[in-house]
Write a new protein. Structure first.
Length: 270
């Protein structure tokens, strides 16, 4: 992987992690265009995903501090708002945790299935975003535990390349009647533990099998450039997406996903 390819894919990851167009789908497309595959691609993908998690920590640092501060407040009787929020995040992690533990090999096989799968999954993302846009708006004051679990199911489905994690979780939350203002923030925060957990497991695996073998032929400079590009573009996209969700402009991303999905399906069936 050249430095230019790493820069391009890092920016692509940072933008598409938050915009509802599927980062995994776009990285798969870019990897096919550049001919990047195997352990080199896997190592880079993990690294740039972690970089975008850190961009979430930076942009939503006030909200994260609020959560941690309230989590350890045991002086107030009962469960406070911060502890309820944390419980919602934990509940939302259950489905993707099950997928990660029991179906990881199947998911990795799907990633190697080619661009036809990505195209079909992008069409699913487009449909979800369109349904959420035209659904009759309701305004629940807070995300319930049941809603958190259902949104977590959407996140579990979004492990498929082409199904947008942010798009599916936000669209599902909107269809459940939750407020736009709270959904984007919850969607971005709920992904932090699963991605960091997966990265930790992959690092442990790399150490056991030898870091050099796990990284393949990925140059260190390319990795650093990709990580930095993903972090900076992730910060910009995170702030942008928070404003987009509040304004309810997700339908334009539905159109984009539909166009790209149709092109991929058509070209791979010809």
């Amino acid at each position: 992987m050249s430095v230019f390819e790493a820069l391009f894919m890092g920016i692509l990851q940072g933008l598409t992690e938050y915009l509802p167009v599927s980062s995994s789908g776009h990285l798969t497309i870019a990897s096919n265009l550049f001919g990047i595959e195997g352990e080199e691609n896997l190592t880079f993908t993990i690294a740039v995903h972690v970089a975008t998690v850190f961009s979430t920590l930076v942009i939503l640092r006030k909200e994260i501090f609020w959560i941690f501060k309230g989590m350890f407040d045991f002086k107030t009787p009962g469960i406070n708002e911060e502890q309820k929020y944390t419980l919602n995040i934990l509940v939302s992690m259950i489905p993707v945790g099950i997928v990660g533990v029991f179906f990881k090999d199947y998911v990795e096989d799907i990633f190697e299935s080619g661009l036809l799968v990505v195209g079909c999954c992008l069409l699913v993302t487009a449909a979800l975003l369109a349904f959420s846009y035209f659904a009759k708006p309701r305004t629940k004051e807070k995300i319930s535990l049941v809603d958190a679990f259902i949104i977590g199911l959407a996140q579990a489905v979004a492990v498929l390349p082409g199904v947008s994690r942010s798009g599916s979780t936000i669209a599902t939350g909107l269809l459940l009647g939750n407020k736009k203002e709270t959904l984007a923030q919850f969607s971005f925060l709920m992904v932090i533990p699963p991605i960091l957990g997966e990265a930790l497991l992959d690092i442990i695996k790399a150490v056991r099998h030898g870091a050099e073998a796990a990284a393949g032929d990925l140059p260190l400079m390319s990795l650093l450039v990709g990580v930095l590009a993903a972090f900076i573009s992730g910060c910009l996209a995170c702030k942008w997406m928070l404003n987009i969700v509040k304004k309810g402009k997700l339908v334009y991303f539905a159109i984009y996903c539909a166009i790209v999905g149709i092109i991929l399906v058509a070209t791979n069936l010809m």
